[in-house]
Ligand binder design. Structure first.
Ligand code: 3PG
Ligand code: MG
Length: 397
């Protein structure tokens, strides 16, 4: 991949698409800096060369134009602190004053534009809007891996307004793509994929793709109950997609045909309510009491999954094993996180991707004990499913 390393930015103005779609609390403070921190090396390289920077991003999914809640002004201080440089802010991404701010930037200066999605043209991939954005800089850098599965004006269409010499990827993009390729195309065996989360429907394609590559697929989280029910188990009022029972059976059959070990949990922590205060107990996953629901994998499952994990040389983790935000139902996710860290220490390459599994790794302070923590959720899944992303193709074209 052609990165910012191949361009000297002295006296150039880079317009960089970053993914600063970060979580904010009620006081509009950034509660997870991962995506901002990730972008810093790209920005530093450009500033060190003597270039200036215009940053553009979306925040959330505003539907009604400018909305205070979704303003990127809330993150200016966080970006400035992480970068160690003042960050200027333009209150509208394509206003006259925004263009005057960008054209007045001196080497070493940084400007952040207001939320691109305050214009509906962004998500529509509008060409005129993309062209306007391109007037902010003479080099286009795409470092927004988390949004690279969107064909939006700033993530894909804008690349057309630059010659191949004047467009490239940042280090986030390069690192993400390199680590996915390590997992998908250069995996040392055994390769284990751990897939969790609520819905089978979200993960069908990725499970099918992974069957072509992985030796083991571990299924946990809410989606496991659809598989258990498909096999005839009683799951009480656990989460279940009744319209996906056939899909679950198809995936189980396909795994058998391909010789992939597909591991389902055998026990669960069940509760009489979706609450940390609910009554809860361990149960056979096939015999969940009427009126109760599974909110975590059980101890036996966590241990047997752990044996598979600790014997793997390549691991991809997407999606938690249970409702780890609640202390009574965090054990399965927590143990998986620690087992993945142990496998990493023993030489495995481990990639963690998808909002909730990343939140889990951070909750247990293990981010620096795994090989790579992805900044993408949907983007990572789509890359694995399709083998490429619109935001990557646009720059490489
Ligand atoms: C994300 O957090 O998923 C990315 O920033 C993309 O956002 P989107 O799903 O609203 O396009
Ligand atoms: Mg998303």
């Amino acid at each position: 991949m052609k990165t910012v390393n191949s361009i000297n930015f002295a006296n150039k103005r880079a317009i960089i698409r970053v993914d600063f779609n970060v979580p904010l609390n009620d006081a509009f403070e950034v509660t997870d800096l991962t995506r901002i921190k990730a972008a810093i090396p790209t920005l530093k390289k450009i500033l060190k060369d003597g270039g200036s920077i215009v940053l553009m991003s979306h925040l959330g999914r505003p539907k009604e134009g400018p909305t205070n809640k979704y303003s990127l002004k809330h993150i200016v201080n966080a970006v400035s602190q992480q970068l160690g440089t003042e960050v200027l802010f333009a209150e509208d991404c394509i206003s006259e004053s925004a263009f005057s701010a960008s054209s007045n930037l001196k080497p070493g200066q940084v400007l952040l534009l207001e939320n691109l999605r305050f214009y509906k043209e962004e998500e529509k991939g509008d060409r005129d809007f993309a062209k306007k954005l391109s007037q902010h800089g003479n080099v286009y850098v795409n470092d927004a891996f988390g949004t690279a599965h969107r064909s939006h004006a700033s993530t894909a269409v804008i690349a057309d307004f630059y010659t191949p010499d004047n467009r490239c990827f940042g280090f986030v993009m390069a690192g993400e793509v390199e680590s996915i390729n390590k997992v998908l195309n250069q995996a040392q065996k055994p390769f284990t994929a751990i897939i969790g989360g609520a819905k089978v429907s979200d993960k069908i394609l990725i499970i099918e793709q992974l069957m072509e590559k992985a030796n083991n697929i571990i299924i946990g989280g809410g989606m496991a109950f659809t598989f258990v029910k498909a096999l005839g188990g009683s799951i009480g009022k656990s989460l279940c997609e009744d319209d996906r029972l056939e899909t679950a059976k198809m995936l189980l059959d396909k795994a058998k045909q391909k010789g992939v070990n597909l591991y389902l949990p055998t026990d669960a922590v069940i509760a009489d309510n979706f609450s940390n205060d609910a009554n809860h107990k361990q149960s056979d996953i096939n015999k969940i009491d009427e009126g109760w629901m599974g909110l975590d994998i059980g101890k036996d499952s966590a241990n047997s999954f752990g044996n598979v994990i600790k014997n793997s040389k390549t691991i991809l983790w997407n999606g938690p094993m249970g409702v780890f935000e609640m202390s009574h139902f965090e054990h399965g996710t927590k143990q998986a996180a620690f087992d993945i860290a142990e496998a990493t220490k023993n030489g495995a390459f481990t990639l963690i991707g998808g909002g909730d599994s990343v939140a889990a790794i951070n909750k247990y302070n293990l981010a620096d004990q795994v090989s790579y923590v992805s900044t993408g959720g949907g983007a990572l899944l789509e890359y694995i499913e399709q083998g490429s992303l619109p935001g990557v193709r646009a720059v490489e074209a």
